[in-house]
Write a protein that binds this ligand. Sequence first.
Ligand SMILES: Cc1cc2nc3c(=O)[nH]c(=O)nc-3n(C[C@H](O)[C@H](O)[C@H](O)COP(=O)(O)OP(=O)(O)OC[C@H]3O[C@@H](n4cnc5c(N)ncnc54)[C@H](O)[C@@H]3O)c2cc1C
Length: 567
Amino acid sequence: MSDAFLSAISERRYLIPFRSQLLPSIFTDTLVIGSGVAGLRAALAAAEHGEAIVAAKDELDLSNTAWAQGGIAATIAADDSADAHAADTLEAGAGLCAGQAVRALVEEGPREVERLIELGMRFDREPGGALSLTREGGHGRRRIVHSDGDATGRELARTLIAACRATPRVRLFDRCFVLDLITAGSAPRGKDRVLGAVTYHARHGLQLIWARATIVASGGMGQLWRETTNSRIATGDGIAMAWRAGAEVADLEFEQFHPTALYVAGAGRSLISEAVRGEGAFLVDRAGRRFMVGRHPLAELAPRDVVSRGIVEHLASTQEPNVFLDARHLGADGFRTRFPGLHRLLAGFGIDPATVLIPVMPAAHYTIGGVSTDADGRTSVPGLFACGETAANGLHGANRLASNSLLEGLVFGRRAGDAAATSGGEARGDIRVVSDIRPSDKGELDLVDVRSSLRSAMWRNVGIVRAGNRLADALDMIQFWGRYSLDKIFDAPSGWEIQNMLSCATLATVAALAREESRGTHVRSDFPAQRPEFALRRIYGAALAAPRTVAVAPAHAVTTAPAEIGA
Ligand SMILES: Cc1cc2nc3c(=O)[nH]c(=O)nc-3n(C[C@H](O)[C@H](O)[C@H](O)COP(=O)(O)OP(=O)(O)OC[C@H]3O[C@@H](n4cnc5c(N)ncnc54)[C@H](O)[C@@H]3O)c2cc1C
């Protein structure tokens, strides 16, 4: 695999042609791309030092954040500790967690939850008033706070959007699609200082937002897979635009597949929260057999990669399309009270969890990799920061522990917001930025078809269990679609999203091909074992075929001497 072969995703600096002096300009101190937990928390932190703009490509509350169900992990119980939370995070991360990021998460997390309570977030409580704590896969104890049973994300988004609205220094722009980060230079992957972004709004058209510092918090790329729990916004835009601006990316071979998405033919794959298993539901097959028992000491509550793989292998051996969750022991009132949103969702498909089994299968869920950062969200490009699901700071290693990602958004959103707003850049509207793109003379592909074919190919070949030959086939297909799509000039988000998805698919598949071992969420049938020589994170920069590697802190170093992480 040569870099020339992979050049399609690295040839273009911008998705569209433009001249900065001909576009309307807006100025701010910190531009935040994304209105999920990471972006909103970053904006609140940045607003302590200056002005901030949050741009979101859809409604402000359309995000994976708003869809989150289970809750936020934090050490609140008297018998819990930061060390215990760190130990569970490291265990899930399969040897690749970056110590400094883990330490920041577990130590700063409880304060972030307190802050949400100060901002008015309503968490579920026990009759005596204490926060109600549930347990999820991979956690050694109950430490997940939640809201409205299974609607934690909705309440979190409401709280943070209200807090931003109440902060005069934060401006919220909804339906504002960010196409590209702007830099003074126009060379592809130029690594010049990021000066803001070029945006598109259906009513206002193209605009430039110039900023002293820019934070990408645009979520993950779960839409790359046909089966996904993610909202439609998760098309990897931020990762792709940061790549075009020259930022390094890391860990993209690690996509977490959630074991239990609702399997109703023709319907979207809605998540059935891990908390349902946390409350004692079993995974069974059509014959009622608990096939996870004997595969892992925690059975259904094993880490997600183990359970997803257990399901896929069981389905392969039984030739059945799905498995089931048995939550009947919770009874009619138990399920409805604890999981009101899920109860409504299931009722819509005529499924009463008190009397029948819930059909489920795994689906893409969380993007572990992304734009490579340090623990303050700094990327390899000056003026550019990243946080939340877009970023890869090594926190999750090779596998994310359940309910650690909302907490990640809070802790690292705050850190990135602080670091960006105090980084000392200038908002330079006086620089002329020119993007010239020659019209393509190649044939056109049907975009709707490319999108669905790409998602099917990713699910089949870059899914839960991978093999070198199938990854290579996937890369061929992605390159083919890329050749006829990445050279085009589109004028609407649907086209720009496909260009971003093709770029992210290339990066993820290249990384998956290079990791010739099985570790965490990345399982290779041709390399079924974990290999000590691969206990390294790979950072992809200019030469895709030659990533640099970063050693990670050994687990025992986490409580003593944090190691340098990221780029
Ligand atoms: C169904 C579901 C349930 C989950 N449950 C939990 C849970 O219980 N606990 C937990 O810890 N985690 C959970 N997760 C994971 C967690 O919700 C996400 O990892 C987290 O919310 C990501 O936050 P974020 O701020 O990084 O991105 P998101 O919340 O995904 O927000 C991304 C933002 O970026 C914007 N954006 C994207 N592209 C562009 C663009 N080109 N221009 C402008 N804006 C753009 C979007 O509009 C959106 O505002 C769940 C995920 C899903 C899908």
